[in-house]
Design a protein around this ligand. Structure first.
Ligand SMILES: [Zn+2]
Length: 103
């Protein structure tokens, strides 16, 4: 399993994973107005379109950090604008379980 359900029953469905590039948790809504397309497979997930996360001072800051990726078939492809070492690389999304995710 590569995704954890992080929403509760009162929220639009949202999945989370631990990003191997920036080592942070990314959360992806799959229901509601901000939803990503999702193939429904927790072992080999595909999301569309790409995920783009901004850190520090927000998207308009000159000092922002970006983690930008495509998740396809259980692999995560990091794009060239990522700040971390896995930019321009594709790696398997790590396996997680409830216990390790919430640690
Ligand atoms: Zn990331």
């Amino acid at each position: 399993m590569k995704l954890i359900l992080v929403s509760n029953e009162n929220q639009p469905k949202m999945y989370g994973f631990v990003c191997p590039g920036c080592k942070r948790h990314h959360r992806i809504p799959v229901e509601g107005p901000q939803a990503w397309g999702f193939n429904g497979d927790l072992n080999n997930p595909t999301f569309t379109p790409s995920l783009n996360s901004f850190y520090d001072n927000g998207p308009n800051s000159p000092h922002q950090k970006v983690c930008h990726s495509f998740i396809t078939n259980g692999n995560i492809q990091f794009l060239g604008d990522c700040y971390h070492d896995l930019k321009n690389q594709t790696v398997a999304l790590p396996e997680i379980d409830e216990e390790t995710y919430w640690k």
